[in-house]
Design a protein around this ligand. Structure first.
Ligand code: SF4
Length: 525
């Protein structure tokens, strides 16, 4: 767009800020790419060296039991991946960044957006976070204050539960009349396998074990053309059991007879975790405000049954760029002028797909079997039958107490064990996410009331943050003063997945951006 604006004689600069140390450092997905938007944006993407080379050739869905598996005989057409590509989102984002830079876009990695600048109801830019604050939030030796980046139009594409998008929800009401957002946590490892072991282009999805029939989610195993396998488990965060631990269940999943022989003798080389917005059609916020547009995961643009949103994020970005170009032509950046972006999205395949899958997650509220049956029918009726209420709830409301789930408040929590060959503890995994934070800064994880953690949450839920966090950030440790256990927050381990902000049953944790450039250094994820 930068080049197009220049060619049209417009004095404008396109800037992109990214909280990771480089573009792609915080990008994580399965990933199987539907190349529809890529082909539209870069018809010559292969000549340009896009890291998209491994086409899907084999596809299976299995229903797992603890010791066996049943192949799903027919994969409904909307779920099929033929013609899509297995790839690493991080590598793809790095490549896209290069293309953007060649078009004249200014990239600012290492800048975390911490506030949305709003004047008289107009979004006029973004404030980046300070660097070099001490634990007491006072400037330290290497202090660098954040900067205000002013813009005619700000496009929010922050991924799920973005900090700036949350401010737009709170101050600009973009979520009014919509369902609360709902999410899943995806936990993923990349394994390097002995040459010749992988079947490049193979996609496997699993349902059932290790999740119980009331928990929404499933596994994925994608084999690429470089002897790498991406394997992961996605768990809907509306689950009830306070003892559920997505990371632990993922480790168990790898021991299944379908999966273990594939990984045995291989080496786990990368790890990451991230939430996925799963609220779908009824959770898409208003996409436009004065001087602001929202794209991609930040706007819940994810097709839940297909586990895909990258092509929607790209398409939404392209539609946003067209809209902004027109706004520059007219010199008008009001919500009225930018409203054509909302219309463009609603006229596109993004909307069509989200609409056709609008009840998908709701089908599963009565359990796996009913949900599968309803979803199967809906695939053949374009999502029109069976219907649903279209109502949703915030995920934290779904959690039940230990007593409600296990019948006794003293039921012990599971104590997982890991062999460090096939299965790994959270800290071993975090090491392979490349996560680093300046430990002199204040914690970016704000626990609003520690008393709740030490009393009600401990008794009722057994401090589930210890389990739903896939990075061992939250730990109940003995306090020598009063022999009670107290919550310790190891913020330096945080992989920025945002699960704690979503799933804490008391809404007691707020995720905020740490210093720009901190966090995971994802490779091949
Ligand atoms: Fe994810 Fe929160 Fe744990 Fe960080 S602290 S890894 S955001 S659950």
């Amino acid at each position: 767009m930068q080049r197009k604006l220049k060619a049209a004689g417009k004095e404008a600069m396109v800037a992109l800020i990214e909280k990771g140390s480089e573009l792609g450092a915080h990008a994580l997905s399965g990933a199987v790419l539907d190349p529809v938007a890529l082909r539209e944006l870069f018809p010559d993407y292969q000549e340009k060296g896009a890291p998209v080379t491994c086409e899907v050739h084999h596809e299976n869905i299995y229903l797992l039991t603890e010791t066996g598996q049943f192949p799903v005989p027919l994969i409904p057409p909307p779920m099929q991946n033929e013609g899509n590509f297995i790839m690493s989102l991080g590598s793809f984002v790095r490549w896209l960044g290069k293309q953007a830079e060649e078009e004249g876009v200014n990239l600012f990695p290492g800048f975390a957006g911490v506030d949305l600048l709003i004047e008289d109801g107009n979004v006029v830019g973004v404030r980046s976070g300070d660097k070099g604050l001490n634990k007491d939030r006072q400037p330290g030796d290497n202090y660098e204050p954040g900067v205000d980046i002013k813009a005619k139009v700000t496009i929010l594409g922050e991924g799920p539960l973005g900090t700036l998008t949350r401010i737009a929800y709170q101050k600009l009401g973009i979520g009014e009349g919509k369902n609360p957002q709902s999410y899943a946590t995806g936990v993923k490892e990349v394994w390097e396998l002995p040459a010749g072991r992988t079947k490049p282009g193979s996609v496997i999805h699993t349902m059932g074990w290790p999740l119980d029939s009331k928990t929404f989610g499933g596994g994925f195993i994608y084999q690429d053309d470089k002897n790498l396998v991406s394997i992961g488990l996605v768990v809907g965060l509306d689950y009830a059991d306070p003892y559920l631990d997505p990371h632990r269940d993922f480790q168990r999943m790898k021991l299944h007879p379908l999966i273990k022989p594939l990984l045995e003798g291989g080496k786990m080389v990368h790890y990451g975790a991230k939430v996925i917005p799963e609220g779908g059609f009824f959770s898409v916020p208003r996409l436009v405000s004065h001087g602001m547009l929202v794209v991609g995961d930040s706007a819940a643009m994810v097709n839940v049954p297909k586990l895909k949103g990258i092509h929607y994020a790209m398409k939404a970005g392209m539609l946003a760029a067209e809209t902004v170009f027109e706004a520059f032509d007219a010199g008008d950046f009001s919500a009225q002028k930018l409203a054509s972006y909302q219309q463009r999205v609603e006229d596109s395949y993004i909307w069509q797909d989200l609409r056709a899958t609008r009840y998908f997650k709701e089908y599963f509220k009565d359990g796996f079997h009913v949900g599968t049956l309803k979803a199967g029918i809906s695939f053949y009726t374009g999502g029109n039958f069976p219907g649903g209420t279209g109502q949703g709830h915030a995920d934290y409301e779904g959690m039940r107490t230990i007593k409600q789930v296990y019948g006794s408040a003293t039921h012990p929590a599971p104590q997982p064990k890991f062999d460090k060959q096939m299965t790994f503890g959270k800290l071993d995994d975090v090491y392979l996410s490349g996560t680093k934070h300046n430990e002199k800064q204040p914690s970016h994880l704000i626990v609003k009331d520690f008393d709740i953690c030490h009393t009600r949450c401990k008794e009722e839920y057994g401090n589930p943050c210890q389990r739903f966090c896939p990075a061992s950030v939250y730990e109940m440790v003995p306090d020598p003063k009063d022999r009670e256990t107290k919550l310790m927050v190891n913020f330096a381990n945080c992989v920025h997945c945002k699960t704690c902000d979503i799933k804490d049953p008391y809404k007691n944790i707020l995720w905020t951006p740490p210093e720009g450039g901190d966090g995971p250094e994802y490779v091949n994820l």
